[in-house]
Design a binder for this molecule. Structure first.
Ligand code: SF4
Ligand code: ZN
Length: 358
């Protein structure tokens, strides 16, 4: 890639231009949502530094991310699912938590040891979740073992993290780092912070007795398949070197509604990554001293990461297997003729010919 000049960040260009396009795309959405219901809730199992846990994952509807309101990231459709008005009252947020507890009661035999709370924004941003609500949530889940809450790095501070640690929870902050490469984060994802901000957030979490979990995004728009693979390999390694970062969740980009990625996809300018690329990154970074997991959303579909259609389920199974066992040999057991096409794409796709194959 070429080196950017200062002018690309001027008004009307670069980030400013990205934000303008995204505000226009998002304004086409007119759905509205109930503030007393979470965006989503589900039960699953997850790998943590203390082993595999039953987990309850909650997507709280908090009014959405500040950055998304300004335009936001090129692939993020979450703000389209947020309630109107930009903030949700304490009582309503607690009603959402109760809804999730009821769901758990109905669906699971026992309480999950791990709670994961995402907000499609930042749980630690007090404009989304006020201090009163944050403390009430820490208390509600004090009988569990671990908690993960999502936040952009700016809002991570030692005191807030300590509220969860002091409630007796192993606490992790999930940060949507997307990539360790600042240039890719700015120009392809349109995210405003730097890798050094992530390092600072990890230091704050660690000072409180917590840790961080880095969320990486494989193949934002404008990268070739091979650039996307290299970007992720480099990013996993850099994250593994950050003190306090014990887990990386490396997730392939999918095409969400009301996003710039969707515009490109409709104009045949974007293809989500191959599942083979996900396998390649997991396999080649398995020697790093960090847990690396991946949860490809919409696998096998045009809008999600996919191979040829024949082998997608098998590749996905190998990835999920790797998530729990961290054993790279799981990838030796899955093969398909389409690997030859993927090889050719990795070798030949160039930025002027994206995507080479759909
Ligand atoms: S990816 Fe995160 S920071 Fe970016 S717009 Fe979406 S919620 Fe906001
Ligand atoms: Zn195949």
């Amino acid at each position: 890639m070429s080196t950017p000049t200062p002018e690309v960040y001027e008004q009307g260009k670069g980030m400013d231009a990205h934000n303008k396009v995204m505000r226009e795309v998002r304004s086409r959405n007119d759905a509205s949502y109930d503030p007393r219901e979470p965006t989503r809730v589900w039960l699953d199992e997850d790998n943590t530094p203390d082993g595999v846990y039953q987990s309850l994952t909650i997507i709280l509807n908090t009014g959405g991310c500040r950055w998304a309101r300004a335009g936001g990231c090129t692939m993020c459709g979450y703000v389209a699912e947020s309630v109107d008005g930009g903030s949700v009252a304490h009582e309503d947020l607690m009603a959402q938590i109760q809804y999730c507890l009821d769901h758990e009661d109905e669906e699971a035999d026992e309480k999950a040891g791990l709670i994961k709370i995402y907000t499609s924004g930042s749980f630690l941003d007090e404009r989304e979740v006020g201090a009163e609500t944050r403390r009430a949530i820490a208390e509600t889940f004090a009988d569990r073992d671990r908690i993960v809450v999502e936040s952009l790095p700016d809002f991570v501070d030692r005191e807030k993290v300590a509220e969860f640690v002091d409630a007796g929870l192993e606490t992790d902050i999930a940060v949507g780092l997307e990539t360790a490469t600042d240039r890719v984060r700015r120009d392809c994802v349109n995210k405003y912070f730097d890798f050094s901000d992530f390092e600072d957030a990890a230091a704050q979490a660690q000072a409180a007795g917590g840790g961080v979990k880095a969320y990486l995004l494989m193949k934002p728009p404008f990268l070739t398949e091979s650039e996307a693979i290299e970007d992720m390999q480099r990013s996993v390694r850099k994250c593994a070197d950050v003190e306090g970062c014990h887990t990386v969740s490396m997730n392939p980009c999918n095409v969400q509604r009301y996003t710039m990625v969707e515009e490109l996809f409709h104009d045949q300018g974007y293809r989500p990554p191959w599942l083979w690329s996900v396998c390649e990154v997991l396999e080649s970074t398995a020697d790093e001293d960090v847990i690396v997991v991946s949860d490809p959303v919409g696998h096998g579909s045009d809008r999600g990461p996919h191979n040829c259609g024949e082998c997608d389920d098998r590749a996905q199974r190998a990835i999920k297997d790797f998530d729990l066992r961290q054993d790279p040999s799981v990838f030796e057991q899955v093969t398909c003729d389409c690997e030859a096409t993927w090889d050719a794409v990795v070798e030949r796709e160039a930025s002027y010919s994206l995507p080479l194959a759909r």
